[in-house]
Design a protein around this ligand. Structure first.
Ligand code: BEZ
Length: 255
């Protein structure tokens, strides 16, 4: 599967915490009236709508046609487009690039840094947050162990995410011309409600691991991941999973 096949409705119903956390990132962006802001990996558009509320214009891009269709239906007044972060160009450059919980899906991180730079006016800014080094490590380990055991698959070779360290990502941005102003890696244990919360998470966010498996085999592996992680990550009294998210937050400027 590609990000284009994401289930936009499941994302909104069960996993809306993704845009909830992004609200804090908007404070760092500080959108101003009259600005044009590019939202890279805009998903179903909730944060783009918040930026518009601040008086800025927004162009939202996402690789998933389903996400863009959902965003456009929810916010018909916003300019949403299907485009990949590592392969896009805008007709007019923007004052700022914003990205929440998206850049870890872009394995060509250099291509994304280059395209975002190309889309930004001199003096413009980049504010982004995504998974950093060690993000969801317990889940990745459990998936990869279950794939090896139950399906003889090298899961690490299928890992669909880019989780860089501060040093790695700052160096990459600088080598593409950005001036990095701030970068921080921090733990953000993330609750996912309900006994089936982790299954829903796996179905939406870890799907590329299961490519080529029959539906039955994929269910079997996912069930094994859930049982493997239950003792560590599930709190039965609180009826909640807590996943070991680690975020990388970065602010940069185009000289
Ligand atoms: C994240 O937001 O950190 C994330 C989302 C999906 C898969 C992996 C990480």
């Amino acid at each position: 599967m590609t990000a284009s096949d994401w289930n936009a409705s499941l994302y909104d119903r069960k996993l809306s915490f993704v845009s909830g956390y992004g609200a804090g990132l908007l404070e760092l962006l500080r959108p101003r009236a009259g600005e044009t802001i590019l939202d890279v990996g805009c998903g179903t558009g909730d944060l783009a709508a918040r930026i518009v509320e601040a008086g800025a214009k927004v162009v939202g891009i996402d690789a998933s046609p389903a996400m863009i269709a959902s965003a456009q239906a929810k916010y018909p007044g916003i300019d949403f487009r299907v485009a990949r972060a590592e392969a896009f160009a805008l007709e007019r450059s923007v004052d700022a690039v914003f990205s929440n919980a998206a850049l870890h899906w872009v394995l060509d991180a250099r291509g994304a840094a280059r395209c975002m730079f190309g889309a930004t006016k001199p003096g413009g800014r980049l504010v982004a947050e995504f998974g950093g080094k060690g993000n969801v490590a317990s889940v990745a380990e459990a998936i990869e162990a279950a794939l090896a055991e139950l399906a003889g698959i090298d899961g690490a070779a299928r890992r669909p995410w880019y989780f860089p360290s501060v040093g790695e990502y700052a160096a990459l941005l600088e080598s593409e011309g950005w001036e990095v102003l701030f970068a921080e890696l921090y733990d953000r244990p993330t609750p996912i409600d309900g006994p089936d919360g982790l299954s829903a998470w796996l179905a939406v966010f870890a799907e590329p691991y299961f490519a080529g498996l029959s539906a039955e085999a994929a269910d079997h592996v996912r069930a094994a991941v859930v049982s493997r992680l239950m003792p560590r990550l599930y709190d039965a009294a609180a009826v909640r999973w807590t996943v070991d998210y680690r975020r990388l937050i970065v602010a940069a400027r185009k000289p």
